[in-house]
Write a protein that binds this ligand. Structure first.
Ligand SMILES: Nc1ncnc2c1ncn2[C@@H]1O[C@H](COP(=O)(O)OP(=O)(O)OP(=O)(O)O)[C@@H](O)[C@H]1O
Ligand SMILES: Cc1ncc(COP(=O)(O)O)c(N)n1
Length: 267
């Protein structure tokens, strides 16, 4: 029987559909990957910010993981919002049995400036989760928290990617330059080679969910069996067109457009 490319996201929700689990599932679907989701937290949010949030119980998170893992094979998975040490620990326990690529989007603060993880869980994330990853995808503020360094230049970003791999044991690190000025440059370090992925900066404030969509696209491509550098290269194209043709909807920072890659003439 032919294997169906499938992927799992373990993350929080966004009822407005731009970020979190919703963005991940839309991206999986676009990239012809059968999408599955384990909900860690329910977040009442929209393009303007976060209005409220509640965390799922640890037994419920573990049961959701068991329900998926015991039934359907998948070839890659990602995590998004893991709000506290108890949730991280539960997820770590279940995923430790999986021998497939783990892509971690170390979600900490939303585009609108709301903190999504407890302060004391950052050390746990660094010490217990990072060594399990095939790839971690921090933006600049997240890379600063992980490394304890201030990142101001492309050289700082490259050094951070290397530190995250060599000092903290991540399989690879993709330090994203969405929060820098000038070209949108991301650096991928896989323990051997430093890859640079660069595009022009698109003049838009519609960046709600860019980090989620990007890491979901990498996960989807990996579920199809692409190598890490190829998956990141193709996901970078995907996120760039999703930002270029992002939706000007909502009162705040609008969401990315996951079907933009299907539009005529889009590269
Ligand atoms: N204005 C832009 N134009 C082009 N590419 C961008 C722009 N903003 C972000 N990107 C790209 O989008 C991807 C996501 O990067 P970013 O640093 O924004 O992640 P993030 O901070 O996790 O997402 P978010 O801002 O939604 O929290 C990266 O490839 C980055 O280079
Ligand atoms: C549940 C959840 N997870 C992650 C984000 C980060 O999204 P953004 O890419 O806008 O920073 C979010 N807003 N909500």
């Amino acid at each position: 029987m032919e294997q169906v490319p499938a992927a799992l996201t373990i993350a929080g929700t966004d009822p407005s559909g731009g970020a979190g689990v919703q963005a991940d599932l839309k991206t999986f679907q676009e990239l012809k990957t059968y999408g599955m989701s384990v909900i860690t937290s329910v977040v009442a949010q929209n393009t303007t910010g976060v209005q409220d949030l509640t965390h799922m119980s640890v037994p419920m998170i573990k049961q959701q993981l068991d329900s998926v893992i015991s039934d359907i094979p998948f070839q890659a998975f990602k995590t998004g919002m893991l709000a506290n040490i108890e949730i991280m620990d539960a997820v770590a326990e279940k995923i430790s049995k999986l021998d497939i690529p783990f892509i971690m989007d170390p979600v900490m603060v939303t585009t609108s400036g709301h903190t999504l993880i407890a302060e004391d869980s950052r050390t746990f994330l660094r010490e217990s989760l990072l060594p399990m990853t095939a790839l971690v995808t921090p933006n600049i503020p997240e890379a600063e928290v992980i490394t304890g360094q201030t990142l101001k230049t492309p050289e700082d970003m490259q050094a951070a990617a290397k530190q995250i791999v060599h000092e903290f044991g991540a399989g690879a690190a993709l330090v994203k330059g969405g929060h820098m000025k000038g070209e949108a440059v991301d650096f991928l370090y896989d323990g051997k080679t430093l890859h640079t992925f660069s595009t022009e900066r698109i003049d838009t404030t519609n960046t709600h969910g860019t980090g989620c969509t990007y890491s979901a696209a990498i996960t989807a491509y990996m579920s199809h069996g692409y190598t890490l550098p190829d998956a990141v290269r193709m996901a970078k194209d995907f996120i760039t067109s999703a930002i270029r043709y992002s939706f000007d909807i909502g009162q705040g920072s609008g969401p990315t457009n996951q079907w933009a890659h299907r539009m005529k003439g889009v590269t």
